[in-house]
Design a protein around this ligand. Structure first.
Ligand code: CMC
Length: 434
């Protein structure tokens, strides 16, 4: 597969005409390659929030926001969520192909081999006040992994070293997330059981308790968790993936780059929205369940309130992940026999918003975060853990983006700006300033 360049783009500036190549991706998306724009014309482009800027070429994920399409390495998200498990999707993202039986077994075993974290990491946990946010702890724990694996500090050391760091990162993330949960509950840490698959092991480290030593994760929960992780596994050049690539482009190590991605994900406009959605639904419930009142608040430009879990930078038709999650949510709650009143509120809110001209005109639809929290809660996770679960799912995507960036030898990311501050002025000594 390669990009084709079949036409040029002509730009006229200051009476002079310049030609720039047009790049066409394998799915037909078009871009004007302006990498020589400043050198040839003296101009830069201005695109605040990168709404129209392709920061890279990438062969990992294809997303068509107008049509509601999401594919990883050519495979539809619907097929992957239905037919694959999270480890297979991780392999696909990282290596470009679905694994055959032997490849899967080898990859899965290599990840299992690295699930323990250094015992000293627990000392770092002890210094966090109980109740501190899981995402703050996650950032610190991931970045401190670099202290235990100094060979990983050079991301270009060797292919073998890069692969080992990738396996370690994948393997230790569930262990760290489960430790954060245990610390939050004030419970002793449960060590990994490498006889279990990735998701079962994570659930076991999280929910197994001294009073229930024979805990076995419910297959319904394992299946739902696999789906949720797959649905979060990659989403091309979103805020956190772009952060991972930008940090990694300075040749920072994988642990530092992923910690930065987790920090970007934490914000309520990105992954932090899943926590905000549940809190919003609880607030609506406590307020009497009048969804129209909250839809009106979201429309009111004098009110900072936004409907969390609604809207997306690129999806302008529907978010295919949200469709799958809504169905999974119904299935899981039914199978677990849980009747959560916030699910009813969520459905009413969706219905009210989808028929409201404000949301219709702005093409605002439920996104991946709208229903995921209800499933996490049904499984037993506290609300402030939700974004850490998003991070667990997004991890293979971040690593794949980081690897692609390094393997293609991309230069350090360094945007330009249009300066709008003072022009030169004379320095006034402190005593003489007004
Ligand atoms: N509630 C009410 N109005 C909204 C919402 C919302 N959730 N989202 C966007 N709008 C309005 C916004 O006020 C603006 O209106 P106007 O044109 O009158 O000024 C218009 O829709 C366009 O919004 P925008 O903020 O310019 O769009 P954006 O592409 O910069 O932002 C977004 C996308 C996801 C940050 C935004 O829709 C939002 O804040 N949603 C709520 C937070 C959320 O659910 N985030 C999770 C995103 S999906 C998970 C992930 O991958 O991160």
């Amino acid at each position: 597969m390669s990009n084709t360049q079949s036409q040029n783009c002509t730009i006229t500036l200051d009476g002079k005409t310049y030609e720039f190549p047009v790049i066409i991706g394998t799915e037909g998306e078009k871009a004007i390659d302006i990498s020589k724009l400043r050198d040839t014309t003296g101009y830069v482009t201005l695109d605040i929030g990168y709404k129209n800027t392709g920061a890279t070429k990438s062969a990992i994920t294809f997303l068509d926001g107008e049509e509601g399409i999401l594919r990883h390495r050519g495979y539809s998200i619907e097929d992957l969520a239905e037919k694959a498990n999270f480890m297979e999707v991780s392999y696909l993202l990282l290596k470009g192909e679905l694994p055959n039986k032997e490849q899967f077994e080898e990859f899965d075993a290599s990840v299992r081999h690295h699930t323990l974290v250094n015992e000293d990491l627990q000392n770092i946990f002890k210094t966090f006040p109980t109740g501190s946010h899981p995402m703050g702890q996650l950032i610190a724990m991931i970045s401190s992994l670099s202290a235990y694996y100094p060979k990983a500090l050079d991301p270009n050391r060797s292919a073998e070293s890069k692969n080992r760091t990738t396996l370690r990162m994948l393997a230790k993330m569930p262990t760290i997330c489960a430790m954060i949960y245990k610390k939050r509950m004030g419970h002793p840490v449960v060590y990994p059981n490498n006889n279990l698959d990735y998701v079962s092991n994570f659930l076991s480290m999280t929910f197994k308790h001294v009073s229930e030593p024979d805990y076995q994760p419910d297959p319904v929960v394992v299946d739902a968790m696999n789906k949720l992780l797959i649905l979060h596994a990659d989403h091309e050049q979103n805020c956190s993936a772009s952060t991972v690539r930008l940090v990694g482009s300075s040749q920072s190590n994988l642990y530092a780059s992923i910690a930065a991605g987790v920090a970007a994900l934490w914000g309520p406009l990105h992954g932090g929205a899943n926590q905000e959605v549940l809190e919003m639904l609880e607030q609506i419930k406590a307020d009497g369940g009048n969804v129209q009142k909250w839809v009106d608040k979201a429309k009111d430009k004098n009110d900072p309130f936004r409907l969390m879990g609604f809207g997306h930078r690129v999806y302008k038709n529907f978010d295919p992940r949200a469709k799958i999650i809504k169905k999974t949510c119904d299935d899981v709650l039914n199978k677990l026999g849980i009747n959560d009143p916030v699910l009813e509120i969520a459905k009413k809110l969706e219905e009210a918003a989808l028929t409201d001209p404000y949301f219709v005109e702005r093409k605002l639809y439920p996104n991946v975060d709208f229903y995921s929290g209800i499933i996490y809660r049904a499984i037993g996770f506290p609300t402030d853990m939700f974004t850490a679960l998003f991070a667990l799912g997004r991890l293979p995507g971040w690593i794949a983006q980081w690897q692609e960036m390094l393997n293609e030898g991309q230069p350090i990311g360094r945007p330009r700006q249009i300066y709008t501050g003072h022009t030169p002025r004379s320095f006034v000594p402190r005593g003489e300033r007004q």
